[in-house]
Design a protein around this ligand. Structure first.
Ligand SMILES: *[C@@H]1O[C@H](CO)[C@@H](O)[C@H](O)[C@H]1NC(C)=O
Ligand SMILES: *[C@@H]1O[C@H](CO)[C@@H](O)[C@H](O)[C@H]1NC(C)=O
Ligand SMILES: *[C@@H]1O[C@H](CO)[C@@H](O)[C@H](O)[C@H]1NC(C)=O
Length: 203
């Protein structure tokens, strides 16, 4: 499979002949979320009970705030659950996959919080990913723009032997230990997807 083949936004299998077509659609379809059915969009919006409060609070603090799902190149939506587990789901309407991404400082440093769980994604020195109720430096990630609309997110605080450690979901949708991750590996590649109707027009 060529490197740039990204797979569909919707999860059912797509015959490989369609991939070429998909590649041209990925940007507009994924980023605009117009692949969601009205029911999916309604369910997603229903997820965000805390959100208005959270966003107002964040705006008061300054910093750009976006609501996104992070869809991995391994075909999973990143989730942060109420126990602080980081995981993957294939259910596009899973509330734990709705994430608030906030710019923390210049140079693409940001913090990522589960809207429902209100846990921040954190990576500690050993490269383990965990949700944390309270924000600290371990919750800072550098957003790196890759080719073909994928981004990678590396710990802004920790490296291992001088190498960046990334947020990554395996082919099975499980989080990878930071030391096993590489920028080049598809497990570290994510597309930030807009998930709400109202954001369709806001580009
Ligand atoms: C929204 O949430 C309520 C309460 O949790 C539930 O009863 C309702 O079915 C949900 N609506 C959708 C569209 O998911
Ligand atoms: C993580 O996701 C996998 C695949 O969906 C699931 O089998 C597993 O139970 C999940 N683990 C946790 C801790 O939620
Ligand atoms: C890193 O996080 C894991 C999981 O929470 C924990 O078991 C481990 O002790 C932590 N290591 C350090 C150095 O904080």
């Amino acid at each position: 499979m060529p490197r740039w083949v990204t797979g569909p936004c919707n999860l059912p299998d797509v015959p490989s002949g369609l991939y070429l077509h998909m590649v041209f659609l990925v940007a507009s379809v994924c980023l605009a979320c117009s692949d969601r059915t009205p029911e999916q969009l309604a369910a997603i919006m229903n997820c965000s009970k805390h959100e208005r409060h959270t966003r107002n609070y964040d705006y008061m603090e300054g910093g750009d705030v976006r609501i996104r799902q992070l869809f991995s190149r391994t075909q999973w939506f990143l989730t942060v659950d109420d126990d602080g587990n980081i995981n993957g789901t294939q259910d596009a309407t899973n509330c734990y996959s709705i994430l608030e991404i906030r710019t923390v400082s210049e140079g693409g440093v940001l913090a990522i919080k589960g809207v429902k769980s209100q846990y921040y994604i954190s990576m500690n020195k050993t490269g383990l990913l965990q949700g944390k109720k309270n924000y600290n430096e371990n919750c800072n990630f550098k957003e790196i723009f890759l080719e073909n609309y994928f981004n990678a997110y590396s710990s802004a605080k920790w490296t291992r032997n001088g190498k960046d450690m990334f947020i990554a979901l395996s082919q099975k949708g499980r989080p990878l230990r930071g030391k096993k991750t590489r920028r080049e590996h598809i497990a570290s590649h994510f597309i930030p997807m807009k998930c709400r109707e109202e954001e369709r027009t806001s580009v």
